[in-house]
Structure formats: structure tokens, C-alpha cells
Write a protein that binds this ligand. Structure first.
Ligand SMILES: NC(=O)c1ccc[n+]([C@@H]2O[C@H](COP(=O)([O-])OP(=O)(O)OC[C@H]3O[C@@H](n4cnc5c(N)ncnc54)[C@H](O)[C@@H]3O)[C@@H](O)[C@H]2O)c1
Ligand SMILES: [Zn+2]
Ligand SMILES: [Zn+2]
Length: 480
């Protein structure tokens, strides 16, 4: 570790890098380069004598991920986790200071997001502050964005599919360190509650989904200009250059996987693969029907193919989805607009010799399609998995006798994936080329274009649009 002068640190701070630092008049700043960081990332350990008792703080400076105008987005720096601080230093660590940065703020349901300067408070106990590298809109963002009377409070910062680098950590954070590459996830895994300890559930009962930060319901965001609170969304809020996430909601994924792929494991793709793999446990030789061929549905197709399904029928109103679908395992395509008077379930029964599909997956969020998926399933053992989010939470109408005839329906958040256990497994499968994610990335753009990215998804013109955060020296420490 080499000491650097205060002025050196200030000079670094003005570079076109992301820059966060503790600047005290009487601080000694030590710089340690993260091994393999290629000069792009440093951890600054700041030994502060500003208060009567010397204290220790660490934060990350200079995680450079590319500039606004680069044609090809940079990869995450190849970092390894910095060495953990000695315990005594950990205990004496000064809490990080607020950061000001850009965020796409949703001020009212359905209104375009507005790029604002926000203040991101330091992480509290059990929390980490993450420098978001890239994020991608998922249809659930659109559902909540449009919802006028939903649980969302405005203004808020949407976004829950992302990857980033831990910038600072709060007290009692053991499992993530500054510089770690992490995927934030809307579901927690505390690892200790009855649900986390059971293989049968991925819904942490200690930290259930709730508005605001998981442990206290508050937010770490405010508008820089007015101080007005900006609400958190799904415990992630990734449409911001920096976000604070509870450590129970982050998964360390290492640096080997390109960020745009790690990002997809944060929600949509993990949900689809997990649904085929864990919720349905699709058996070899099965027939599968997938309703809705967005990223979730196509990940179901890929997961079903990986598990040996031989026939995978894709149902979508948009015929363009079939072309991509074929590459990911879809064998047959049904367009509900092209079957005349017949219903989709009648067509699927015809295609399966009158029986129906072994597994049906609803990946749209429409209760009428959920019921149609159920009707498309086979008597005896047909299983329907509901993944789509119907914003109104309307009931599904299913004949009780059909349930007695052995058909079942089950829903699942995140495809039954236990974030900390299963996402690293999916990341490994990507590296081993067992899981192919390239086809899911149909668009990439800079943060300023986020409204275009949302529109593309809302209009069904993209699968996943990777939004790269732009550094541009934009993030500055409050009061610096
Ligand atoms: N359960 C979970 O944890 C979880 C996770 C991620 C997403 N979701 C939900 O899954 C759903 C899909 O998400 P996505 O990001 O893949 O969305 P998407 O918008 O990319 O895909 C939806 C697809 O459904 C098609 N579609 C729409 N209405 C249709 C209809 N009536 N019949 C046939 N096809 C129709 C569209 O053309 C589109 O291809 C959304 O409801 C989303 O909220 C749930
Ligand atoms: Zn738990
Ligand atoms: Zn999602």
C-alpha cells in the first residue's frame, strides 16, 4: 500500500473516472491497487485524524468502465476482492459520506423518467453502496412504472436488473467487500430464516419484499436540489449511477463474466431458467408450452431444452419473437392472432395428439392467458407455472374438477432461484457455455437513453436492452 497526498487524491477525483472519496483536511490516504485492476480501479484506505480518535474508512476510487461515446462498452475491470481490513479497523471505520450522482427518476406513473442529480446516502448497517455498471429494464419495471394505484410511491427510482461494484459497506457487512462485483436481486436471502433454510422456498421470511429499504422501510435517495426523498423500488433501484442495497439482496459473481451477461442473471433470465429447472423440474422428452416470448419466456425455453424437453411450443402475438426463439429451443410457434376461431389451448391440444402440454409457463402477466395456459396443460400431471406479473393481482378462474384431474398450477418469484446459492451456478454455466445469453441482448445504450430502452421493451421491440452507466466525472461527493 502506498501513501498518496491529499492533492493527488483530489487530482484523481477530477479525472473522468467515477470518483468517491473521503476528503478530510487531516487525512492520510493510502492507495492500494486492486490486483489485476489494470490501473482502472484503486481502493483508497483513508486514515483520518479529523476527529479526536483516529478512524479508518475505505472506499473505491477510479472504477473506470468506459466513457459515454465508446462504441463498445467496456468490460468490468478484472478485479479480485481487496483484502479485508483487520477487524479493529473495521470496527473503527468511519461511515462513508453521501454521493451525488445521476439517476433516472420516475415522478409519476407512466411519465418519462427524468434525469436528476440525486444524493445517495451512505450504506447503513447490513447495507452496501454499489456503483452500478449496467442495468436492463425488465417488464416488471414497466408494470410498476405504469401503475397508478400500485404500491409504488413517487418519485422513485425504478430498475432491479443490474450488476455493479461495491463502493462502500456499512457496519456488520461480512460477505461483501469494496471492489466486489455483485448482482443486486429483488429477493433477499438472509440464509437463516425457515424459508432460506428450506429447499422448498426462495421467499426469505426475515426480509420479505416491502416498500423502502428491507430493514427499516426508509430510502437512501433524495433529490440533490431540494432534499425531497426519492423512493426505493424492489430493494434495488438500479436506474441510478449509485444505489444502496441490503447485503441480503446482493450476490457476488466474480469478474469473469462480462457485466452485460451478469446483469441478465439479476432477474429475467434467472427467472426463466429457474422456472424450468427448479419449479417445473422439466423432465426429458417433455412437451412444453411457453406463453410470451420475452426474455423470461425465452429463458424458460432455453432452460427446458437444457433439461431435455423435446418439443417447446412458443406462443406470442409478435412473430418476430419466433426467429430468436428458434435459437433458444422453441420448436413450434403459435400466434394467437393467426388461429381463426380456435383458442390457443385447442391448438395446443391438437398439436399434442389431444393430450395437452406436460408443462405450461405463463410469461406475460395476463390472468386470461394464465387460465388459457392451464387449459393447455395435460390431464394427469400437467403443470402450469405462472411467472407473469398481473399488476392488478386479479384472481384466475380455474375449474376445480380440472385440479382434481391432476393438473396443477404454481407461481414463482425469480423462478424459485435462491439468489446467493443459484445465481453463481448460473454464472458458472454461462462461463462454461452451457447457458447462452448473447441472444437476449438485443440493444445496448447509454444511461441518458433509458426512456428509449423502456419504450423498446414496452413495445415488444427488444428482449433485453443493456443500459450502460456513464461516468463522465458526474458523481461527486457531497460537499466536496
Ligand atoms: N416471477 C418473476 O419473478 C418475474 C421476473 C421477471 C419478470 N416477470 C414478469 O414476467 C413477464 C415477462 O417479462 P419479460 O421481461 O419477458 O416481458 P416482455 O415484455 O419482454 O415479454 C412479454 C412477451 O409477451 C408477449 N405477449 C404480450 N401479450 C400477449 C398475449 N396476450 N398473448 C401472447 N403473447 C403476448 C409480448 O409480445 C412479449 O413478447 C412480465 O409480466 C414480468 O413482469 C416475473
Ligand atoms: Zn431468510
Ligand atoms: Zn424483473
Amino acid at each position: 500500500m502506498q501513501p498518496v497526498t491529499h492533492s493527488h487524491a483530489r487530482r484523481l477525483k477530477t479525472k473522468k473516472d467515477s470518483t468517491v472519496s473521503l476528503m478530510s483536511q487531516r487525512s492520510t490516504i493510502y492507495r492500494s491497487r486492486i490486483p489485476g485492476g489494470g490501473g482502472g480501479m484503486h481502493v483508497f484506505h483513508v486514515f483520518s485524524c479529523a476527529s479526536s480518535s483516529a478512524s479508518f474508512h475505505y472506499c473505491i476510487i477510479g472504477a473506470q468502465h468506459g466513457s459515454r461515446h465508446q462504441a463498445t462498452p467496456n468490460r468490468l475491470p478484472t478485479t479480485s476482492s481487496p483484502t479485508r481490513l483487520p477487524l479493529a479497523m473495521e470496527q473503527n471505520r468511519v461511515v462513508a459520506r453521501p454521493i451525488r450522482c445521476k439517476a433516472a427518476v420516475c415522478k409519476a406513473a407512466g411519465e418519462p423518467l427524468e434525469m436528476e442529480e440525486v444524493e445517495v446516502a451512505p450504506p447503513r448497517a447490513h447495507e452496501v453502496r454499489i456503483k452500478v455498471v449496467c442495468t436492463s429494464p425488465c417488464h416488471s419495471d414497466i408494470t410498476f412504472w405504469r401503475m397508478k394505484d400500485g404500491p409504488n410511491m413517487f418519485p422513485c427510482i425504478l430498475g432491479h436488473e443490474a450488476v455493479g461494484v461495491v463502493e462502500s459497506v456499512g457496519e456488520h457487512v461480512q460477505e461483501a467487500a469494496v471492489g466486489d462485483t455483485v448482482v443486486p436481486v429483488f429477493l433477499a436471502q438472509c440464509g437463516e430464516c425457515a424459508d432460506c433454510r428450506s429447499a422448498r422456498s426462495n421467499l426469505c421470511s426475515a426480509l420479505p419484499t416491502r416498500p423502502g429499504m428491507p430493514r427499516d422501510g426508509t430510502t437512501r435517495f433524495s433529490l440533490a436540489a431540494t432534499g425531497e426523498p426519492v423512493h426505493n423500488f424492489l430493494s434495488v433501484s438500479s436506474f441510478a449511477e449509485y444505489t444502496v442495497v441490503d447485503v441480503a439482496h446482493v450476490v457476488r459473481v466474480g469478474d469473469a463474466l462480462p457485466p452485460e451477461k451478469a446483469c441478465l442473471l439479476s432477474c429475467g433470465v434467472a427467472t426463466g431458467i429457474g422456472a424450468a429447472w427448479k419449479v417445473a423440474a422439466v423432465e426429458p422428452g417433455s412437451t412444453v408450452a411457453v406463453f410470451g416470448l420475452g426474455a423470461v419466456g425465452l429463458a424458460v425455453a432455453q432452460g427446458s431444452k437444457m433439461r431435455g424437453a423435446t418439443r417447446i411450443i412458443g406462443i406470442d402475438l409478435n412473430p418476430d419473437k419466433f426467429e430468436t426463439g428458434k435459437k433458444l429451443g422453441i420448436t413450434d410457434f403459435v400466434n394467437p392472432n393467426g388461429i381463426g376461431e380456435q383458442t390457443v389451448s385447442e391448438v395446443i391440444k391438437e398439436m399434442t395428439g389431444g393430450a395437452g402440454a406436460d408443462y405450461c409457463f405463463e410469461c406475460i402477466g395476463s390472468v386470461s392467458v394464465m387460465a388459457e395456459a392451464f387449459r393447455s396443460s395435460r390431464m394427469g400431471w400437467g403443470k402450469t407455472v405462472v411467472l407473469g406479473v398481473d399488476g392488478s393481482a386479479a384472481p384466475i378462474s380455474i375449474p376445480s374438477l380440472d385440479i382434481m384431474r391432476g393438473r396443477s398450477v404454481v407461481g414463482s418469484y425469480l423462478g424459485g432461484i435462491k439468489p446467493k446459492d443459484d445465481i453463481p451456478v448460473l454464472a458458472r454455466k454461462c462461463l462454461d457455455k452451457e447457458l447462452e445469453l448473447d441472444e437476449f441482448i438485443t440493444h445496448q445504450m447509454g444511461f441518458d437513453e433509458i426512456n428509449r430502452g423502456l419504450d423498446l421493451l414496452a413495445q415488444g421491440k427488444c428482449l433485453r436492452c443493456i443500459i450502460w452507466m456513464e461516468m463522465d466525472g458526474g458523481a461527486v461527493e457531497d460537499g466536496a
